[in-house]
Write a protein that binds this ligand. Structure first.
Ligand SMILES: [Zn+2]
Length: 210
């Protein structure tokens, strides 16, 4: 069974990470759609068009090498008023790097963003792989964003109707929802994203950038 919602005990293990966003009063109906692993020409344009249709803003946790390959698409994301965040240069797996190598990789992605005059809202570790020493090293410079709802769009066995049933009724203000603007996830994303946006907008939830 796929776990779409992050269990409380995991968020408790790493309380300094942003698993969801604080809401400011009852009027605050913001939710945060995030897209990892792009920019990807085959699907990021679809995402941008869908967001435009709903007047929604979102956050793209980009891979540095995809930014280098698709600089215009990266700039298009920013010019449309969305946020961008750091997802390492090459989707680095924290278990396969020394801490110093990993931090250097994160810094290279940060430097790349600077070359585009792009402000990174924060860091998201690929595969969600993170440990305390890494958190201590990154946090003074950058916020770390995890998520509260995982759509599982990258899972090729996914049944979209089940995702709607499990995820949509649970969405509440402050939630950070993860999608992927990657080729692997594109088939599911084309079905999931319009439905998630329709649900949020019709329930007065406001998809916003971090
Ligand atoms: Zn990723």
């Amino acid at each position: 069974m796929f776990i779409h919602q992050i269990p409380h005990f995991i968020t408790q293990l790493f309380p300094k990470l942003n698993w969801s966003m604080p809401t400011i009063g009852m009027e605050d109906r913001r939710v945060y759609f995030t897209f990892d692993d792009g920019p990807t020409p085959e699907i990021t344009n679809f995402v941008l068009d869908e967001l435009d249709k709903f007047d929604a803003k979102a956050t793209f946790f980009c891979i540095g090498k995809n930014v280098e390959l698709n600089p215009e698409l990266f700039q298009l994301i920013i010019s449309k008023g969305h946020s961008v965040g750091n997802h390492t240069m090459n989707h680095a797996n924290a278990w396969k790097y020394t801490l110093n190598e990993y931090l250097l990789n994160v810094q290279m992605c940060e430097n790349l963003f600077e070359r585009f005059n792009a402000h990174s809202v924060g860091f998201r570790p690929p595969y969600g792989r993170i440990y305390n020493k890494m958190i201590q090293s990154i946090l003074p410079k950058s916020q770390i964003f995890m998520w509260s709802i995982l759509t599982g769009d990258y899972n090729t066995e996914l049944v979209p109707s089940k995702v709607f049933k499990k995820c949509l009724p649970k969405i509440k203000p402050g939630d950070i929802i993860v999608f992927h603007d990657s080729i692997k996830a594109s088939k599911n994303l084309r079905i999931l994203l319009p439905e998630f946006l329709t649900f949020c907008v019709s329930n007065n939830l406001v998809p916003s950038a971090l």
